[in-house]
Design a protein around this ligand. Structure first.
Ligand code: FES
Length: 87
């Protein structure tokens, strides 16, 4: 499990191994856009304010993934104990 701080909502949530960040965000009552939920459409792209994502999507290029500026929260996870997102 890892933590995600939702900066605009003022919440910090825990994402368990059996759920996506998107699911955990919605479970906390915060709305987030999605469509494919498979990491292929880009609808759920979210700005990363701090932390290092574990990118698992096929939308961002390798350079975009390496920049860690945004992530697809339907499939990507954290490569650090805590991510801070613009949500
Ligand atoms: Fe399509 Fe996340 S909902 S990439």
């Amino acid at each position: 499990a890892f933590e995600v701080e939702l900066a605009e909502s003022g919440l910090t949530i825990t994402v368990t191994p059996d759920q996506s960040i998107l699911e955990a965000v919605r479970a906390s009552g915060v709305e987030a856009w999605s469509s494919c939920e498979e990491g292929t459409c880009g609808t759920c792209e979210t700005v990363v304010l701090a932390g290092e994502p574990d990118h698992r999507d096929s939308v961002l290029s390798p350079d975009e993934q390496a920049s860690n500026e945004t992530m697809m929260i339907c499939v990507s996870r954290a490569a650090c104990p805590k991510l801070t997102l613009e949500l």
